[in-house]
Structure formats: C-alpha cells, structure tokens
Design a protein around this ligand. Structure first.
Ligand SMILES: NC(=O)c1ccc[n+]([C@@H]2O[C@H](COP(=O)([O-])OP(=O)(O)OC[C@H]3O[C@@H](n4cnc5c(N)ncnc54)[C@H](OP(=O)(O)O)[C@@H]3O)[C@@H](O)[C@H]2O)c1
Length: 275
C-alpha cells in the first residue's frame, strides 16, 4: 500500500506515512527498512543522533540495487544534532550523514532541536548544566542549512521541536523557508494550536511518537522493527468519525513523551511557552 502525499511549500511532495528509526537497533534496522519498502513505505525518518544511519543506508541500497525502488522515489529525512549548530559545521555534518546513508542528497534536513550544546560536550549532557550549552543562535545554524540546499546536498530543509515564537523569528530572518516542523503529536499532546499556526504559514507538521495521531492533516512517522506492525502502520487509509475525533481531543493533557526538561534553562529551549 502506498502512502498519500502532502505538498510542501517548495512544490515537493512528502509521503504522509514514514518509518521512524529512533532506537531501531543494530541488526534489526536494515531488515525494518527492507520490510518497509516492500510494504510501500517511501518516507524514512533518520537522524545522525540515532547512530544507525550506516545500517539504514545498507537497507536502502539493497532495495535500490534490487530494482525494487529508485532513489528518486524515496523521501529520506535526516537531522543535525545539537553539538554542531555553528554555521560552518552544518555542511560537514550533512556530508557525514550522506556518507553513512550512502546517498548523494537527503530529501529533507532538519535542525533536530533549536538549542545547541558545545562541540566538546557529550551528545547528551544531562547534569552538566549551562557549562555544556552553546549559545549559537538557530538563525546562524539556519544559514548553514540554506548552504546545504545551495550545494544540492538537501532538497528541502526544516526544523524540529521549534515553538511558534521561534518559527516566527526564523521566518523573518531566512532566505529559504522551512518546509516542515517535526514535533511530538499524539492523543496526550494533540498540538492543535501549533498545527494551525504552522498551517497558516504553509509549514507541514510531521508528528513523532505518533501512534494514534491520525486524521490531523499532518505527516506521521511511527517507528517499528516488527514486520506485521510496519505493514499495519501504513494501512491507515481511513478517516475518523467526528465522535472519535472529539474523544481523542478529550484525551489531550499537554503531556510530552520527549520534554527534554533537563535543558529547560537553555536560552533556546522550546517548551517553556504554551505552543
Ligand atoms: N524530532 C525529534 O526530536 C524526534 C523525537 C522522537 C522521535 N522522533 C522520530 O519519530 C519516530 C517515532 O517516534 P518513537 O519511535 O519515539 O515512537 P512511536 O513510533 O510512537 O512508538 C514506537 C514503539 O511502538 C511500537 N509499535 C509500533 N507500531 C506498533 C503497533 N502497530 N502496535 C503496537 N506497538 C507498535 C514499536 O515497537 P517495535 O519496534 O518493537 O515494533 C516501538 O516500541 C522515531 O523513531 C523518530 O524517527 C523524532
């Protein structure tokens, strides 16, 4: 079954359902990618931070070499990690990701989080406090992202975990508009206001930790390494009754699976505002 597509603000198309790859472990992610391509997935959500892009690349390459898919039929997303927000680090980090994925370009490159860590800090500097923070402005990072498009290394660029205020500030200071904001969306956190805010600005929302976040006019990227679930998760070609939507709305508690509250004192932390 093939996924429907959403139109991005630069004219490109994003398959609505993608496969998440966070915590898809060694020895299982290659198979998950291959099963997903066989099941009709064409959109894959990856990140340098997930540490598994090389194995993702082996799965993708196997299916391309087999003739099952062409590179141009795939939509591959990756993300820039927080330790590398300085403008001159963005292109080298994307080149490292491309090398791991064994690709010449990604379809979408995202700033994973709006706040940065020092390059010398650990990748996950919990308990280190402000000493681990970098104050590089995400507007500077964005200039590096734009360079990725100009060099042909990314077809589209976007953001992840940005709040409305940060998006507005970026829109006022960019040459290339972000095509999407990838954020957590699920029944506990329906993100109605942020989704509407993004829609008004022609920015697509991609929902993560999304199981059951359907019928919202957004893209979703459920993760699974289990073949039967991979097949089940792309087979969502139905719409919910208004009563079901109302029930799901009533589940909203504005609770996050990924609050990253350890970093809430960072200047560019994004979840201190309503949305
Ligand atoms: N931008 C960001 O900051 C950010 C943050 C978090 C996640 N993400 C992206 O979003 C993706 C999805 O989020 P997530 O991985 O946190 O959570 P998720 O997709 O909501 O849930 C994944 C879990 O649900 C299980 N599962 C999958 N399909 C199922 C089904 N049909 N029935 C029952 N259980 C099922 C999986 O198990 P099995 O694998 O064992 O089948 C896995 O344990 C990530 O993989 C990543 O690509 C992005």
């Amino acid at each position: 079954m093939m996924s429907k597509v959403l139109k991005l603000n630069n004219g490109r198309e994003l398959p609505v359902v993608g496969l998440g790859t966070y915590k898809s472990g060694p020895g299982e992610v290659k198979k998950a990618i291959k099963d997903a391509i066989d099941a009709g997935y064409r959109h894959f959500d990856c990140a340098w931070f997930y540490g598994n892009e090389a194995e993702v690349g082996i799965g993708l390459r196997a299916k391309i070499d087999e003739g099952k898919v062409k590179r141009q039929d795939l939509f591959i997303t990756s993300k820039l990690w927080n330790n590398f927000h300085a403008k001159d680090q963005v292109v080298p980090m994307l080149k490292e990701t491309l090398n791991n994925l064994k690709l010449d370009y990604v379809d979408l490159y995202l700033i994973h989080w709006p706040f940065g860590f020092k390059e010398t800090a650990s990748l996950w500097p919990v308990g280190k406090g402000a000493a681990a923070y970098s104050d590089v402005d995400y507007l500077e990072t964005w200039q590096g992202m734009e360079e990725c498009v100009n060099l042909g290394l990314a077809k589209s660029i976007g953001i992840s975990n940005f709040n409305a205020e940060q998006i507005e500030r970026l829109l006022k200071n960019c040459k290339i508009k972000p095509v999407c904001n990838q954020v957590e969306v699920n029944p506990n956190l329906n993100q109605k206001k942020l989704i509407e805010f993004c829609k008004q600005r022609d920015i697509v929302v991609v929902g993560y930790c999304p199981l059951a976040a359907i019928s919202l006019g957004i893209s979703v990227i459920p993760k699974s390494v289990t073949k039967s679930r991979i097949i089940e998760n792309i087979d969502i070609d139905f719409t919910l009754d208004p009563e079901d939507v109302a029930y799901l709305d009533s589940c909203n508690k504005n609770q996050r699976v990924c609050p990253l509250a350890e970093f809430k004192n960072h200047k560019y932390y994004s979840f201190n505002t309503e949305y």
